[in-house]
Write a protein that binds this ligand. Structure first.
Ligand code: NAD
Length: 468
């Protein structure tokens, strides 16, 4: 049975790309857009079995009506892509911003999204999951890099998106117990009408913006659609109330010069043919799971034990297959939260092993102009109290090593990300690593993606997190 996916603001930009992504995967799509003509035309473009409807999410009655339309047509609602949003492109200083303009932004970007979420939750929490182990529902909220970094003269927009992040945390932790998985996607600059409008008004200089992005370019709506697809998939089961930043590394770049410097070959897409991936630390439980998942995907996989000579083994794998597409670093993941392990041993078995493997792979990937590194580490680097000092320190340091790789390597098209895992490793974590190696994750770099079921962001009295 196919899922029923609601995309608000699906008439253009990221929303339209998301609608196409889900429809191509066999889901039934409902597009709700303030531009009703665009919504119906787009639904028609998707083919039979998809629906377009006119709805202004700022209208307090709209959310109930949209969700009721989904139920009337399909009898259920599995995924909501809360995408409808507008920007304040007028360049009004904070001191001159009329309250009405702020209200309009918050009414669409924040209150509208909150009402759609509540209306969806009301039906999701009572419906049966589509399959055993599946969630009752998934909600993906479109946040923005502007939620984390202030942009002068775009104060209302940034505030609305910071509110979206806070709402995602709250809903993600509270609704996980009901079988509803809520997370956010925070895009950087993506080439859509919204950004074209900012460029037209002189509010964004594209070459200046791109010079601060390690990957050296803006993202595409299709790339954001693929990330939304991942967040709605079982591979994202470990995430609750989390934010996945997909911005080409723009938000983690801290250098004083422009970012995109080629350290090796010019970036180029991976050539056709079978990809080659290396799993370092294949003798850990997670590493072994990654070997299984990547092998099942049809890739050539080289499984290397954590204690091996990593430089020699990775170079040998790359020369055997004539390329190196991906590295998954799993060394040290078995004992990360072991209270008996000293800080020095955690640094040696986890951080230093990741460092050596990434260094070996990075050299090869920089020379070829493509590649992706995924560092598996612990969420103990993100919050206090999740484990002994050693695991926390090594994990926090690995997060920053990952960002540094992303910033140094982006100019040559090589990406680096980390998965920060909870003490209970979610099923399907290896599939998340596989996604980060794939072209669908092409605009994600420098991200530390927290997959701990909401543990590190949860300050409430109850346990947050069955895996959904
Ligand atoms: P877009 O302007 O290209 O498309 C937005 C769509 O939403 C349009 O079809 C529009 O008609 C619809 N819409 C606007 N107001 C609505 C309302 N009140 N009710 C229902 N539909 C409405 O925008 P985009 O660039 O695709 O952005 C989509 C989302 O991604 C937004 O939430 C935006 O804030 C976020 N985002 C975009 C970027 C970017 O660089 N493009 C970056 C970060 C976040």
């Amino acid at each position: 049975m196919s899922r029923v996916v609601l995309v608000t603001g699906g008439g253009a930009g990221i929303g339209w790309a998301a609608a196409q992504h889900f429809a191509a995967g066999g889901d039934a799509v409902v597009i709700a857009d303030i531009d009703g003509d665009a919504a119906t035309a787009r639904a028609r473009d998707l083919g039979q079995g998809h629906v377009g409807l006119a709805a202004d999410v700022a209208d307090p009655a709209a959310a109930e009506a949209i969700v009721a339309a989904c139920i009337a047509r399909f009898g259920r609602l599995d995924v909501v892509i809360n995408n409808a949003g507008v920007i304040d492109s007028g360049g009004t200083p904070f001191t001159d911003q009329p309250l009405d303009a702020l209200r309009r932004l918050l009414g669409i970007n924040l209150l509208g999204m909150e009402r759609v979420s509540h209306a969806a939750r009301a039906v999701m929490r009572t419906q049966a999951p589509l399959a055993e182990g599946a969630p009752r529902g998934v909600i993906v909220n479109l946040a923005s890099g502007a939620a984390f970094r202030a942009i002068p003269l775009r104060n209302g927009y940034s505030a609305s998106k910071a509110g979206v992040v806070a709402m995602t945390r709250a809903h993600g932790c509270a609704w996980a117990r009901e079988g509803i998985r809520v997370n956010a996607l925070a895009p950087g600059y993506i080439r859509t009408d919204l950004v074209a409008d900012l460029i037209r008004r002189g509010r964004v200089d594209p070459s200046l913006a791109e010079s601060r992005i390690p990957l050296g370019r803006m993202g595409t709506p299709a790339e954001m659609a693929a990330v939304a697809g991942f967040l709605a998939s079982p591979a994202a089961r470990g995430m609750a109330g989390a934010v996945l930043i997909a911005d080409g590394g723009g938000s983690v770049y801290g250098g004083s010069d422009a970012a995109p410097v080629q350290r090796g070959a010019a970036p180029r897409p991976a050539p056709d043919g079978t990809p080659c991936h290396v799993v370092a630390g294949a003798d850990t439980a997670l590493g072994a799971a990654c070997v299984r998942v990547l092998t099942a995907s049809g890739a050539n996989v080289s499984a290397i034990d954590a204690a091996a000579d990593l430089h020699a083994a990775i170079a040998a794998a790359a020369s055997r297959f004539g390329r190196l597409d991906g590295l998954v670093n799993a060394a040290g993941t078995d004992g990360l939260l072991d209270p008996a392990a000293s800080t020095a041993s955690q640094i040696e078995t986890h951080l230093e092993r990741h460092f050596l493997a990434a260094q070996a792979a990075g050299r090869i990937m920089l020379a070829q102009g493509w590649g992706s590194v995924v560092n598996l580490t612990s969420t103990a680097g993100q919050a206090a109290g999740l484990g002994p000092d050693g695991g926390s320190i090594a994990s926090g340091a690995i997060g920053m090593l990952t960002r540094s790789m992303a910033c140094e390597w982006g100019g040559s098209g090589v990406r680096a990300n980390a998965l920060a895992l909870g003490p209970q490793i979610a099923p399907d974590t290896a599939a998340a690593a596989a996604f980060l190696l794939s072209p669908g994750a092409g605009y994600i770099t420098g991200s530390v993606i927290v997959m701990d079921g909401g543990l590190s962001i949860h300050a409430g009295p109850e346990e947050p997190n069955p895996w959904h």
